[in-house]
Structure formats: C-alpha cells, structure tokens
Design a binder for this molecule. Structure first.
Ligand code: NAG
Ligand code: NAG
Ligand code: NAG
Ligand code: NAG
Ligand code: NAG
Ligand code: NAG
Ligand code: NAG
Ligand code: NAG
Ligand code: NAG
Ligand code: NAG
Ligand code: NAG
Length: 864
C-alpha cells in the first residue's frame, strides 16, 4: 500500500525541484531481505521537450546505498510517445556503459512518434520527499503504472523498479514458467533466466518474456521491459517489482484497451508472428527413443492403418551418428533409408522434421567442429580458449552467434545437411543453451577425449572452484533461478562472445539468436517458402522467427491442465503457434490420460504427440480408446483447418493469438478472470476438455449468449454460469459461439487433401438471428502468394458473402451451410435466383447441402 505523505506533482515541463530526503522502505517479505533498504532515489532536472516526448537528467539524490553493486549517479530519462497506444520510457546511465540489446538482435519497431496530446497514454513524473523521482503512466484517468513512493535503484548489476498495483490485481504473462493463467498477485516470483530443465510448476524454464498484461475494470493494458539480463519480477503487497541484474530500465507501455489490442501493440513492437506453412497445422508425431528408421516407417504405416491423419513424422536425436549434429546413424538410420522415408512421405503429402542442437562435438576430426574452429565461431573462455561444455555427443563447443562468421558457417553446415536430406522443417532444441556440466568442463581435455554416450562424465571433471568474488558468476543479488548457480547446466556467465560481451549479459538471447541464424538459412535456401522452425528457447520477438512447444512436460493430469495456460502465455508473448507434448513427455502415460490429452491437444495451435526415451510408447493408435478419441478430435481439427488458418493469419497481421482464454473475449465477466480449463480457438470455437482422472462429465463455463454443440447442434443458452456437460472417454465437448460464422472443409488424411474439399460454413445465429465471420486463403506455402479475405455476415435469413481484399483464386466452391438455431428453411436464393439444394432439419437447425457458390465473388444468399 502507498503511504505517501507529501507528493509533489511536477508539471511535465517544469524544472525546479524541492529538496529531497531519504527514507527506509521495507520491500516485499516474500523474499526476505536481510536489512531494510536505504536508497536515496533520484532527482529529475533539466527537463526538455522533444517533438514527441521529452528528456531529463536524473541525479542520485543522496549517498549511494550500494545495495547490490555501484549506484550510478547520473541517469538519463527518455520519454517518447511512439504511437497512439504505445509509450516508451527509457531510464539509462548517462555514460551509456550499461549493456543494451543490440538492435540487430531484437529489432524493435520505432513507431512514427506522436505528439503527446494525441496519445491515449499520459506520462507524469513526480517527486516524493522520501523516495525521490517517480513516474506514472495513465490511460485517461486510470493510473496504469505508478512507481511513486518507491525509490528507483539503478546500480551496475542491479536495477529495481516498483509499481503500485490495485489490491488483488489480475496479472497475466511473464515467463516462461509453467503456471496457472492468472498470476497470484500476492506471491509470485517470475524469474527470467533461460533454463533447459523439465517443466516444473512455477519454475523458470526455457525462454524469457517480461511482457505482462493487467485486467482492470474490464480493460487491459500492458508493460514490457526490454532487457536481456537475468531478472526476478515479483508480485506481492500490491506491487509489481522488477529486480534486474544489469542493463537499463527500458520500458514500453501499451494502452490496450482489449487483450487483443495489447498483444497487437506488443507484437507491433517486437515483431509479428511469422507466416507458417499450412501443413504445420496438421497433426505431428514424435518420440525420443525410436530405434531405427524402420521403426519410424512402421509408425507412419500404423497411423495410416488406424485412419488417424498423420501430417508430420519427427525423429529426435536417435537418428544422428553418436548424437552429432548433421550426421546419420549408419546402422539404424542410414542416410539412404532416411531419403527413402522422406520420398515416401512426400509421395503421400506428408512431411518430415528432424532435430538439431546448437552444441557441437569438440573433436577435430569431426568436420563440423573443424570448420567452425577454423572460422573462429565458438564461444570462448575469458582466456581466449574455446569454452567446452558437455551435451549429448560428449564435450561440446557452442556457436557464438555474435561472431562474424557464425551465421555463414551455420548456413554452410545446414546447406550440406539439407542437400543430403531436404527435410521440411527444423526443430532446434537445447538452445538455452543446455549443458550437462557446469563451467568449461572439457577445458584441458585433449580434443577427442569425449566421454562415452550417454553423457556420463568420465572421468569426472576436477571439482569446480567457484570464484565467489566474480560478480558475473555470483551477482550480489541472487535471482530465483532454480539452480544453485546462474551458470549451472548452461554456458558459464563469464564466457566471452566475439564482440567482447560476457555471457552474463546475453544468456537469455541464445535461443533467439540461433532461431535467427536458422531462419536466415531457410529463407535463403528456399527463397519464397515459409520456414517451419520449432524452438525450445525463445525471447521477446522470437515469434517472428519460430514456433514453440512447451518443452519437457510430464504425463500427469496437472501438466495436462497447465498446458492450456502455457499456450495462453505464448499467445501473450507473440508466439501463437504453440502446444504441449500430447500425452506427456516424461513418465508412462495411461490410456485414459492419453485419450483426454489428444482431445485437448487436437486444439492446440501446434498439435504434436511426443514421449521420452525409456517410457512406454504413446503413438495415439496404440490403444483403442485413444485412437478413437484421436480420430474424433482430429476430425474436428481438420474440419476447422480453414478456420485455424484464418485465425493464424490474424496473428500474422494483428498478433491476435489462436488459443485464447475466455477472458480475452469476455473481459467484463468476472468469473472468467482465472479460467484456464477451457480454451477458445480464435473467437468462435470453445473447447471444454476433461482434465480430471475418472471424470465422465465436465463443468464448463458458458458466457451469456448461445453456444451450439459441434456434434448434434443442440444449443446451450449461456447465463454466465457453469453447465455440466456429458463427456464420455472418447468425446471432447466443442461449442460454436452464437453470432459467429466458421468456415470449414471436410476433413481428409492430410492437410493437402483436406484443402481440396469443398468449403462449408457453420452459421451460428445469435439471439437476434445474426452472425459474422471471415475466411483467409492463400497458397499456404510461399511468401509472395496472392491471398483472399472473404467476409460473411448473416441477418434476417440472408447471408452476404463479401470480398474484403486479395486476388487469390479459391477453386473449391461453398457447398454446404449449417444454419444453427434456424429451423424450417426450404429454399435458397442466390443473388435473386432460386437454386437447387437439399435440406435436413436437425435439432432446431438446418443443414443445406448441394450448393455450388463461388467464394471469389460477392453474393447475397437468401434462406427462407
Ligand atoms: C507488505 O508490506 C507490509 C508493510 O510494509 C508488510 O508488513 C507485509 O509483510 C508485506 N507483505 C508481503 C507479502 O510482502
Ligand atoms: C543541466 O543543463 C545545464 C546546461 O545545459 C548543465 O550545465 C547542467 O550540468 C545540467 N544539469 C544536470 C543536473 O545535468
Ligand atoms: C502534453 O504536454 C503538455 C505540456 O506541454 C501537458 O500539459 C499535457 O498534460 C500533456 N498531455 C498528455 C496527454 O500527456
Ligand atoms: C505397428 O503395428 C503392428 C501391427 O499391429 C505392430 O505389430 C507393430 O508393433 C506396430 N509398430 C509400431 C512401431 O507401432
Ligand atoms: C571470416 O570469413 C572470412 C572469409 O569468408 C575470412 O576472411 C575471415 O578471416 C573469417 N573471420 C574469422 C574471424 O575467422
Ligand atoms: C573423434 O572423431 C573421430 C572421427 O569421427 C572418431 O574416429 C574418434 O573416435 C573421435 N574421438 C572420440 C574420442 O570420440
Ligand atoms: C573473495 O574476497 C574476499 C575479500 O576480499 C577474500 O577474503 C577471499 O579470499 C576472496 N575469495 C576468493 C575465492 O578469491
Ligand atoms: C514404463 O514403461 C516402460 C516401457 O513400457 C516399462 O519398462 C517401465 O517399467 C514403466 N515404468 C513404470 C514406472 O511403470
Ligand atoms: C466452472 O467451470 C470452469 C471451467 O471448467 C472451472 O474452472 C470453474 O471452477 C467452474 N466453476 C464452478 C463454480 O464450478
Ligand atoms: C439433439 O440434441 C440432443 C441433446 O440436446 C441430443 O441428445 C440428440 O441426439 C440431438 N438430436 C440429433 C438428431 O442430433
Ligand atoms: C452476385 O451479384 C454481384 C453484384 O451484384 C456480382 O458481383 C456477383 O458476381 C454475383 N454473384 C454470383 C454468385 O452470381
């Protein structure tokens, strides 16, 4: 709570400052501090106006508190109204010595700059006698960020910024961390330090995303801190507090006011989600532990025999020769057999994706290493020797994405690999970067003295002597990284990049930079083909390069549940193509869990089953009930492919996520603020999965309005209450939202074949007998394809098909209309002429078939 006695509101452009005093502030007790903080804060002066904002000087207001390092005495405040709904507030050291993310690593949109008067946001800076400089960001009269009363602490290795929040605030985002959707406002620590660990509840894992959104009075706003350092973001005591291990306080604020607006504004800044090939929306199968290419051939055949649509066959590190990148096991996965498998898949419209890790075996007779060594592309120890960790193949070095020649070396290696086996997409794993030892454990070992696979450290490396006085190894403030040291199981923080920067500053960028190098290769190698890359580690802006799966989860009911919130989180992070390992990665799944998981996983934007070595196989044809659940749920997914693709195009153009919590569409309904047990695909399809063992019904929330059952067209009149739905083992509840029009195609066994079928429209009328919808179509694979946006609107028993934009020629006609909530139709008139059609009544709805309507032109279709 704020207890400010005297607060001087200083007009934005005023110069004079009242005297200040220091005071003691006791910060959150979630993380007990050994002593109260006495930090003086800063005084603002020399405020001067610029065309689209202003700058000011901040001077340390008293003796340094040296809380976790050296207080920086002179700072610069730079405020800019980037766009109408985006405000940039950057507090940096006046000397410009603190590390900042280079523009070419994460390129931010700079906005056109607007005069403050035309912004929806306002900035006030204020002076408080006790805590010094503070600032507020306002939207209208609402204060959305407020540091007043909390001294700014700005030291070389510690920056602390605290903002007041309302009691019991609704906060979303900040990760990556498996958690419930709504962050506990009284006790949350989100640590941003990329970590290659299993998905443990509420811990820091693979990626770093500082964006958060807050819902207040039915409206959303957001804030993003652009900083690559390790940090804790703490929610407690009605505040949000950033504790950052370096860099600058580089904030962006987003005015919303809807959730989709905030994500639109955020992805406009960090990069819109990349376009994906249409096939990526198909169903994927993977497993770590396939013994041979022949076993994978059997898997492909068995999916087909079971009539389950398999789009993409994946192979994990098993295919490599002794787990070395860009090689093939000569006995179990010989290249010639892999080539045959790829040709077989391509002949059937299916695809192949294989894994690659960044760690490169340290062995000079391994040519990938030798070429990289020669080009000087690997990360170094402080003494200039190569940093050598340990990953699957043994002692390994790590590409330094900052080095001059790394990108061309990486492209060269990928080119050799793709020239042998032109796979359809890439899976880049272990790029936090993960290592199985701590420190440069291979240093001093002869090149080639690789410990045997699997990765036992033999002989054990000498006991590591940690230099506790090195503040990169042991920073004065310990973030809540869930390892003993920051450097545990990753590249050591003292390791050096070619530009002289220590890993300490850029650790969180490793996966993002590998994503960029990999993306660059693919767009060069296959100009005009959209790459598909799946990356485990991500950073702000990675959505423009890669898709993501939520990493190494477990076959538990809890992880089934949490997977929904994780997908929502990545929607907020601007990486909408996301999904969890269906049926669970670690641990033996059960038939029931796997059935329930495919019923949910069929609706993840990225839908892949994957399991770990030594656990029971879980291809979904393995049990009768799972196969049936999979066939049914995937047939809904495949019917919805045009709708998924249209939703994804909304991500590409506006950042809007495909998988959405009810909250994003019904922000005025208090009951949904923490609903992470149901998921909306786009804005129209509500999935209510079973997440509880043994359950045969599910309690699902239905917002006010009409909701139509996908299968039998029966209607639920939503009253902002829960409804108990029957959910036998092989059934997942799916409802179409009244007021929406959803384009579908008859499902086939591949996305390519599905695309050849006629279009259908599900017209779900609302209480007033009206509905709207849209369809986006293009060739699904190139960048320069023509496209077409078709608009649908239905009212008064009349459907209008409109053409919003584009020249793509849709060759399939619209042949079927499912008119939900409208009975008794027996006549179809297209543009004034009666046409032949067949009619079937079903539960108060009408199904009209036998139509042949051109989707490339406008028309008005009357249904009487
Ligand atoms: C919140 O602050 C008050 C007063 O400083 C303190 O007594 C309380 O323990 C704090 N609670 C938490 C959760 O930090
Ligand atoms: C303010 O500006 C004046 C003149 O440009 C300069 O002399 C002075 O040092 C500045 N004050 C601070 C605190 O930076
Ligand atoms: C814009 O700046 C003027 C001072 O030039 C200030 O009075 C006004 O409050 C600012 N408006 C907004 C919306 O921040
Ligand atoms: C494929 O199906 C056959 C026949 O049911 C079975 O014997 C075999 O184990 C299956 N193989 C795999 C890899 O699923
Ligand atoms: C990078 O490659 C160029 C030629 O492609 C070479 O001249 C240069 O020496 C290389 N740089 C390093 C650091 O090896
Ligand atoms: C180094 O690589 C060469 C060539 O692949 C191989 O013959 C040798 O066994 C490797 N050495 C070790 C210790 O792995
Ligand atoms: C760390 O610094 C302290 C104080 O200067 C010193 O006593 C200690 O020996 C140092 N430890 C190491 C491992 O260098
Ligand atoms: C898991 O399944 C594997 C293979 O089917 C089996 O060997 C193992 O014993 C199972 N583990 C447990 C804990 O049930
Ligand atoms: C209503 O359903 C939602 C979603 O399953 C669930 O999270 C919530 O707890 C339910 N509420 C009640 C009162 O049962
Ligand atoms: C109509 O809906 C009910 C559920 O309300 C369902 O039991 C019945 O099977 C449906 N009828 C048809 C023809 O689909
Ligand atoms: C319907 O009429 C519009 C203009 O009135 C025309 O452009 C369109 O081609 C017609 N559609 C069909 C299917 O005949």
């Amino acid at each position: 709570m704020r207890k400010l006695l005297c607060l001087y509101i200083i007009a934005l452009w005023a110069g004079a400052q009242p005297a200040i005093a220091t005071r003691q502030v006791v910060l959150s007790t979630t993380v007990p501090r050994t002593q109260p903080i006495t930090c003086p804060g800063y005084i603002a002066s020399n405020v001067s106006k610029t065309g689209d904002g202003f700058v000011a000087e901040l001077i340390l207001a008293g003796p340094p508190c040296a809380l976790y390092g050296m207080d920086i005495k002179r700072l610069k405040l730079d405020v800019r109204f980037d766009t109408k709904n985006r405000l940039h507030v950057h507090i940096k050291d006046a000397d410009g010595q603190q590390f900042q993310i280079p523009d070419n690593v994460v390129s931010l949109d700079s906005g056109h700059g607007v005069r403050n008067a035309s912004s929806n946001l306002r900035f006030d800076h204020l002076h408080d006698d006790l805590s010094g400089f503070g600032f507020r960001v306002l939207r209208g009269d609402q204060v959305i960020f407020d540091t007043v009363g909390h001294p700014l602490i700005f030291e070389d290795q510690y920056i602390e910024v605290t903002s007041n929040l309302p009691a019991d605030a609704n906060i979303y985002g900040m990760g990556e961390s498996p958690d419930f959707l709504r962050r506990n406002p009284a006790n949350t620590i989100k640590t941003l330090w990329n970590r290659g660990s299993p998905d443990l509840f509420q811990q820091n894992v693979y990626g770093s995303h500082s964006i958060y959104m807050e819902l207040r009075d039915s409206q959303f706003h957001g804030a993003y801190l652009h900083n690559s350092h390790g940090m804790d973001i703490v929610l407690a005591n009605s505040t949000i507090q950033y504790r950052v291990l370096g860099g600058t306080a580089d904030f962006y604020f987003f005015g919303g006011p809807s959730a989709l607006d905030v994500i639109d504004q955020y992805t406009e800044l960090v990069g819109r989600p990349s376009r994906i090939p249409y096939w990526a929306l198909g169903f994927h199968n993977c497993r770590y532990g396939y013994k041979s290419v022949y076993e994978v051939n059997d898997v492909i055949a068995n999916y087909s025999k079971a009539n389950i649509p398999l789009e993409v066959a994946w192979t994990d590190i098993d295919y490599m020769d002794r787990t070395r990148d860009f090689t093939f096991d000569p006995v179990n996965f010989p290249l010639a057999e892999m080539q045959k498998q790829l040709a077989y898949l391509h002949g059937r419209g299916q695809k192949m994706v294989l894994i690659t890790d960044p760690a490169i075996l340290y062995n000079s007779s391994y040519e990938v290493y030798a070429r990289g060594h020669e080009q000087d592309v690997f990360i170094k120890n402080p003494d200039g020797s190569e940093f050598i960790g340990q990953v699957w193949p043994g002692y390994t070095v790590f590409p330094d994405w900052f080095a001059l020649n790394t990108s061309s070396w990486w492209s060269g290696e990928l080119r050799r690999y793709f020239d042998q086996l032109p796979i359809d997409g890439m899976w880049i794993d272990m790029n936090e970067a993960a290592s199985f030892c701590t420190g440069s454990c291979g240093t001093g070992k002869p090149a080639g003295s690789t410990p045997p696979y699997p990765w036992t450290l033999d002989p054990q490396p000498p006991h590591r002597i940690l230099d506790v006085n090195n503040t990169f190894l042991v920073p004065p403030y310990a973030i809540h990284n869930q390892e003993v040291e920051l450097s545990d199981l990753t590249i050591e923080t003292t390791a050096k990049h070619a530009n002289g920067v220590s890993e300490y500053h850029v650790h969180n960028l490793y996966g993002h930079m590998e994503s960029k190098a990999t993306h660059d290769f693919l767009v060069n190698y296959r100009p005009n083909k959209r790459p598909f890359i799946l990356s485990r580690s991500t950073f702000a802006g990675s959505g423009a390069l890669v898709s993501h799966w939520t990493g190494d989860n477990s076959a538990t009911w809890k992880d089934l549940h949490i997977s929904i919130a994780s997908a929502f989180d990545f929607g907020i992070f601007g990486i909408p193509m996301v999904g969890a390992d269906i049926c669970g990665f670690f641990g033996n799944t059960t038939e029931e869990l796997c059935a329930r998981w495919i019923e949910l996983g069929a609706f993840y934007p990225f839908s892949r089953v994957h399991s770990a070595l030594a656990y029971a196989p879980q291809e979904i044809y393995r049990w009768k009930t799972v196969a049936e659940a999979g066939r049914r749920a995937l047939s809904v997914r495949y019917a919805l492919l045009p709708y998924f693709y249209t939703s994804y195009q909304r991500s590409v153009e506006n950042g809007w996520p495909v998988a959405r919590p009810l909250l994003f569409e019904f922000s005025h309904v208090p009951a949904v603020v923490d609903n992470d047990r149901q998921l909306l695909v786009g804005d129209s399809i509500l999935v209510s999965p079973v997440l509880v063992e043994g359950a045969t019904s599910v309690s699902a929330f239905f917002p006010a309005g009409l909701w139509y059952d996908w299968y039998d067209y029966s209607v639920i009149k939503g009253t902002n209450n829960n409804v108990s739905l029957s959910a036998p083992l092989e059934h997942v509840n799916v409802h179409v939202r009244g007021g929406k029009i959803v384009p579908t195609q008859e499902p086939a066994m591949t996305t390519t074949d599905s695309r050849k079928n006629d279009f259908n429209l599900i017209i779900a009328s609302d209480e007033h007998g009206a509905a709207t919808g849209e369809l986006y179509v293009d060739d699904g694979e190139t960048f320069d394809t023509a496209a077409r946006w078709v608009q649908f609107s239905y009212a008064d028993k009349s459907l209008s098909i409109g053409q919003r934009s584009g020249q793509f020629k849709i060759s399939q006609p619209l042949s079927k209309l499912v008119l939900l909530g409208v009975a008794g139709v027996s006549n179809v008139v297209v543009n004034g002429s009666s046409v032949h059609a067949n009619f079937k009544a079903a539960n108060g709805s009408t199904v009209i078939t036998g139509l042949n309507i051109d989707l490339n032109v406008k028309s008005v279709i009357t249904l009487k």
